[in-house]
Design a protein around this ligand. Sequence first.
Ligand code: SF4
Ligand code: SF4
Length: 158
Amino acid sequence: MIKALEYFLEIIHGAWVTTRHFVVNMWFHTLNLLGIKTRRKGAVTIQYPEEKKEIAYRHRSLHRLLKREDGRPRCVVCMLCATTCPSECIYIEAAEDPEDDEFQKYPAKFIIDLSRCCFCGFCVEACPEDALRMDTQKIELAEYSRLDLLYDLEKLLQ
Ligand code: SF4
Ligand code: SF4
């Protein structure tokens, strides 16, 4: 009997906590809707994917490779990004450009395996040429196949 009473009190306590959060959130949300400034906002459900939350400017999103003025990748294949990557998910193959005295090397292959990437941003920090950035603001990267998460030069230069 005493156990049953304890369970009942726990249920009442749980219902009280839920109701309190609901009423407080609804109160602040309604005030904000009416344009009344309060010290906190009510919890708001975002109707994703129709509605999207604004992504912070510094958010580390999908990678991109930058181009030079002539359209070629800015990357000089120094391998710093691949070396510093803790997930070892950057694969680069260098090729020699005999006509380019200044840079000489260019990436024949540049692949980032997003299925292994932890979005730490170390590769961007390591790049001395500012050739790699994570500022595309793209975060919807789900795919049905792991192979589709291999981002090659063509995808990264878009
Ligand atoms: S963000 Fe981090 S894990 Fe992803 S490719 Fe760059 S260094 Fe590697
Ligand atoms: S660190 Fe920059 S320049 Fe060096 S290989 Fe990576 S992207 Fe290219």
